[in-house]
Design a protein around this ligand. Sequence first.
Ligand code: ASP
Length: 330
Amino acid sequence: MNSTAVIAIHGGAGTILRASMASDAEQRYHAELHHVLAAGQGVLAAGGSALDAVSEAVRLLEDCPLFNAGHGAVFTAEGTHELDASIMDGRTLEAGAISCVTRVRNPILVARRVLEASEHVMFTGAGAEAFAAAQGFEFVDPAYFHTDARYKQWLLARGQQGSMLDHDGATLASQSSAQPDDPTPHEPIDPNRKFGTVGAVALDQHGHVAAATSTGGLTNKQAGRVGDAPLIGAGCYADDATCAVSTTGSGEMFMRMVAAYDVAAQMAYRGVSLEEAAADVVMNRLPRINGRGGLIAVDARGNVTLPFNTEGMYRGFARVGEAPVTAIYR
Ligand code: ASP
């Protein structure tokens, strides 16, 4: 047993500007991050596995409308929601993922079931929903994923043509007409990019790591588009021998850089620290191809790093026995 158990989470990166963030909105983000971290910390404190801690943290983030995953997911170009999620166990290198699901309430729980109950690693679309149904998962009407804030971002993104990161969309929305009756706080974004994927990484008391990632993808993405979030190695990776990683950002670039795995590979092959490997991916390699976003990572010694190359990233970490730490801006 070791006492360095820790969980880290993210709620997406993007153009999150202090100037355009109302203080009550800021408080709400901190409170939600704190709540999720405390839940994950509780799992770890009770001797639970890193896999259980990241599943629970991401499930809570999916249920929260502030983040682009589950309830609160962004809209596709068709005005629908298509959700992606993945999870990996660093102890066994087992993984599960689903993509393009439209009616599953908690995609991360289905991804977890793929890890546990299927000989396959990834299911997509109708096949993923058939797997979920056969496993007895809860289905929701697609309207469950609708939130007025994301709808507004989508209308703006359509006007701009192209897709955008979730938090970039929110900044854009906050800079256009504010609707006083809209319960979702408008965090800041720029007209081009905002990412709101959620993720968690953890190290448990038994020395094992795990990672989980879940997203609605990019606002106004083309139907059928799959990003990095459900791809093992791109948006999610975990190996006790190196680290656990969950990413958020311009998914296409994270896919091309095999970003999550690259952090682990640099540690293994170059012998560098977690912090150095993660910083190289986020600050050097991704920017080379205009990759925007960040990642969270932990290693088996309890080191934690949360680098990002955007203006902000909703993030936090909590060590067992210590108060959770949350942050938004650089
Ligand atoms: N990486 C996600 C995707 O490309 C978006 C995000 O992080 O918000 O689907």
